[in-house]
Design a protein around this ligand. Structure first.
Ligand SMILES: Cc1cc2nc3c(=O)[nH]c(=O)nc-3n(C[C@H](O)[C@H](O)[C@H](O)COP(=O)(O)O)c2cc1C
Length: 468
């Protein structure tokens, strides 16, 4: 059983583990907050909770309104699940058990369906009058300098298929296009796309709730490709059902009851408007899209609300979308090829394209190559597979680079698979996603020469020695 059931209980846990930083200084919603979040994510620093925000578009922004604006009681939180320590805290496991914990939660037999409640703290403050709804009063950031505007990136989209009635959680970026209007990016492979297409075919709007500020189990669950309601995965992570409730203006009854903020509305049939560009998962800006239009019908929030964002194209985005849902799959495939696989990792800084497989021992010389071939079969996005030994810390980029540098003869220890299918948006592939897979045997001792003993120093807790 877990003590985490909402964002606030998670923040308390982060605080106890030195993984939360309170930022009292006023921070600009235009870029500054995201720059801080991105820095935190690349340096392993604690997650920032911004206590004072203001709005002042940078000089490059094309906006008629450049007056500084403040956001009253709102706080802003980012980078919730952006390093292996916080992922482990969010899942309630050791950092080496993340893959196994996710594998267990994704197993259909372990699904725990949500329980319904009428009560939700976010129903305390409800705004439904069209003249009073103004998305611009929410602390929705403009993140990267090349982004087209202010985007909701950490909102979990809660929907229900109009014909099957099956609930769904997922992510769809949303750009503010007007006080009550959002552009909603929905690409082809999403469950919500099927729900929207079914409603649109009948000329009907699709009711949707955007839940923001959540228990990280829900954030992780929403990033998984799953046939049923992803609330079941969040229940499996927590070992108990999550609580869900009904919308106040939309016919959706699987909305997280403990959200900080819920934005309700309808995806309109037959309407498309331009939204974007936005920093994409592969680390470049995408193109603007002609996307469905979402008209807001209610903004509801808790007392002293906390807005939560995900810095797009950066570690947390990759952890939720590419790392946590796929490591169990990778483990299954490579373990089939070798009984000696000890661990796998998809480093978030490689955007889901490179995977690392660790062997606890090597029983024959060809084993690393077979393992890499199995990794490529696990998911088309995997383009580079590095196979390493058990003395390499697979969560530490410098240790991985050390193994690649000192254990790989690049003329002999790699193999390539040209013309293989990858992701269409992988910048190294062609526009159809065709590119070359590369397997790297970065294991120790290929019988070429004797190795000496590896140098190592025990890690120490620096705060014991350095003054703050
Ligand atoms: C931070 C984040 C942002 C995302 N943004 C979008 C988006 O704008 N459009 C989209 O179609 N998918 C987006 N995705 C991908 C999916 O929504 C997500 O992976 C989800 O699992 C879809 O699964 P489902 O089809 O089972 O609901 C995003 C994923 C993450 C983690």
């Amino acid at each position: 059983m877990s003590t985490i059931y909402d964002l606030r209980s998670y923040l308390e846990l982060l605080e106890r583990h030195g993984q939360l930083a309170h930022v009292a200084k006023p921070v600009n919603l235009f870029h500054e907050a995201a720059d801080i979040g991105a820095t935190v994510e690349r340096t392993g620093a604690p997650a920032p909770l911004f206590e004072q925000l203001y709005y002042q578009p940078s000089l490059d922004a094309q906006t008629p309104d450049d007056s500084p604006r403040t956001f009253g009681p709102w706080r802003l939180f980012s980078s919730a699940i952006a390093n292996q320590e916080r992922v482990a805290l969010a899942l309630g496991c050791d950092k080496t058990q993340v893959t196994a914990t996710m594998a267990r939660a994704l197993e259909p037999a372990h699904a725990i369906p949500p329980v319904f409640t009428e009560h939700a703290a976010w129903k305390r403050h409800i705004t439904t009058h069209p003249n009073e709804i103004d998305l611009r009063t929410l602390p929705i950031p403009k993140h990267a300098v090349g982004d087209g505007g202010r985007f909701i990136t950490g909102g979990v989209i809660v929907s229900k298929h109009p014909e099957t009635g099956v609930g769904n959680l997922g992510y769809n970026r949303m750009e503010i296009l007007g006080p009550r209007t959002l552009g909603m990016n929905i690409n082809q492979w999403r469950d919500v796309q099927r729900a929207h297409a079914a409603a649109e075919a009948k000329g009907q709007p699709l009711g949707v709730a955007v839940a923001i500020g959540l228990d990280p189990a829900l954030m992780i669950a929403a990033g998984c490709k799953y046939d049923g309601d992803e609330n079941n995965i969040a229940g499996a992570i927590r070992g108990q059902p999550v609580e869900v409730t009904r919308g106040v203006t939309v016919d959706v009854d699987t909305i997280p009851a403990h959200a900080e903020l819920v934005i309700e509305g309808h995806v309109l049939p037959g309407a498309r408007r331009e939204e974007g560009p936005l920093a994409e998962f592969h680390g470049y800006y995408g193109e603007p899209w002609q996307s469905p239009v979402f008209e807001v019908t209610a903004i509801c929030h808790r007392e002293q609300p906390i807005y939560q964002t995900i810095v797009p194209g950066w570690n947390e985005h990759i952890y939720i979308g590419n790392v946590l849902p796929r490591e169990p799959l990778l483990m299954r495939f490579v373990s089939h090829a070798s009984k000696n696989v000890g661990a796998v990792h998809i480093p978030p800084y490689t955007n889901g394209f490179l995977v690392v497989v660790q062997l606890s021992k090597k029983t024959n010389r060809g084993e690393p190559r077979n393992v890499a071939l199995a990794a490529f079969a696990a998911h088309p996005n995997f383009r580079i597979c590095a196979v390493v030994d058990s003395d390499v810390n697979i969560y530490d980029p410098s240790d991985l680079l050390w193994a690649l540098t000192t254990r790989v003869d690049w003329g002999q220890d790699i193999f390539t698979v040209p013309g293989a299918q990858g992701h269409e948006m992988d910048p190294a592939n062609d526009s159809k996603g065709i590119g070359t897979k590369v397997g790297i045997d970065a294991t120790f001792d290929k019988g070429r020469r004797p190795y000496g003993q590896r140098v190592s120093y025990p890690m120490v807790e620096l705060t014991k020695y350095f003054e703050r």
